[in-house]
Design a protein. Structure first.
Length: 385
């Protein structure tokens, strides 16, 4: 029977290994990777059940087919409880049934090995994922520590810069006071040339004071520390003061400054100092970027529950692709604006102030046709309130 089955298996393309007994079969199992094992149930020495048990101890995935006679069918069924894959009854009535059983056994072994490899790959991948997760968690901890350190350093830097700028403001105020005293001629008479020089010095000092105030304001705004003190504010008065503060610069460039302010315009709820700061910046920008002998206009209009303040200039305009950046810190849209001077903080300050008042800004600009910036402020205070 052993030789017959070996011959048939060879004709089907298999590479059969034969053993004369259970001990020899165990040696083959230990030595080779065997796809399927075909064994008698009844053998001298060690029977098929014991051989099956020992094979399974060595290889849990071993596929064993038990051959038995009709009289020992119950034993064959018992063997399947111990892990046998299938059984064949002797004598064989149909060799095709035998070959089909062996083919299924071989396929079972290959599927089992493939599944085992897949499971091993899955376990390795899972271990790698776990390791990656642990590494990622460690990186998160390190990033959080680094972020905390950077934030601490940034806060220290901000506090230091605030102290420096406040000290600078105090010094500038001291310089401005002395310039005012000198120009008053209480310390002695001055020539026209000296008066003019001191006037220029005072103007530059005022510009530095405004610049430092802008930087301090933006620092406080980014830190959420800006406090608005709202009370009824006359925008007409704010505009008139802003026009007065930039009139000298407008005169230097022969720029006409038109202020269209209705007398009956109601007040708005706002912080007068901050609104003055915002409107002054808009006018300074308009004058700065207007050509000589140009015109800058300021208009105030009430529309429903809002007040609209519009500043128009006759400058080169803002390119469409730059429009979204004009309120960024330190941004200047083109070289001509850079040549006009300044650090590009003015519109950023204006945007923060308007946002703090719950308002909005609209910008209209065309190349060669100038720019119009409109501040929209809500909460109009009427006489009834």
């Amino acid at each position: 029977m052993r030789d017959f089955l070996s011959f048939v298996l060879k004709t089907e393309g298999y590479q059969p290994l034969t053993a004369t007994g259970a001990q020899e079969a165990l040696k083959l199992v230990e030595r080779d990777n065997i796809d399927a094992i075909l064994t008698d149930l009844k053998m001298p020495g060690m029977d098929g059940i014991e051989l099956l048990r020992r094979i399974r101890e060595r290889d849990r995935n071993a596929v064993v087919v038990i051959m038995t006679a009709y009289a020992s069918l119950q034993s064959a069924l018992e063997a399947m409880k111990y892990g046998a894959y299938d059984y064949l009854l002797k004598p064989f009535d149909d060799i095709d049934t035998v070959m089909n059983t062996i083919a299924r056994a071989v396929e079972r072994r290959r599927l089992t090995e493939r599944n085992t490899r897949l499971l091993d790959d899955l376990r390795r991948a899972n271990l790698q994922l776990n390791q990656m997760y642990e590494d990622a968690q460690q990186q998160v901890v390190e990033f959080e520590q680094a972020y905390t350190e950077l934030r601490t350093l940034d806060e220290l830097k901000t506090r230091l810069m605030t102290k420096v700028f406040r000290a600078l403001l105090a010094s500038l105020a001291h310089v401005k006071g002395h310039l005012t005293l000198l120009r008053s001629e209480r310390l002695g008479p001055l020539s026209d040339e000296q008066q003019e020089t001191l006037g220029v010095m005072k103007q530059r000092t005022d510009e530095l004071i405004r610049l430092v105030n802008d930087i301090l304001y933006l620092q406080e705004a980014e830190a959420g520390q800006v406090q608005i003190s709202p009370h009824p504010v006359s925008l007409a008065t704010v505009v008139e003061r802003a026009c007065q503060s930039v009139q000298a610069k407008a005169d230097e460039q022969a720029i006409a400054l038109d202020c269209d302010v209705p007398e009956d315009l109601p007040c708005v709820l706002g912080d007068e100092t901050r609104l003055q700061q915002a409107v002054t910046h808009l006018l300074e920008n308009a004058v700065k970027f207007s050509p000589p002998f140009g015109r800058v206009s300021v208009s105030l209009r009430q529309e429903g529950n809002q007040v609209r303040l519009t500043v128009r200039d006759q400058g080169e305009g803002i390119p469409a692709d730059k429009m979204q950046h004009i309120f960024d810190h330190l941004y200047q849209s083109d070289s001509s604006r850079q040549r006009a001077g300044g650090l590009g903080l003015g519109l950023a300050v204006v945007k923060h102030i308007v946002d703090a008042h719950g308002g909005a800004i609209k910008v209209a600009s065309r190349a060669g046709r100038g720019t119009a910036i409109t501040l929209i402020l809500p909460s109009v205070v009427t006489d009834e309130t």
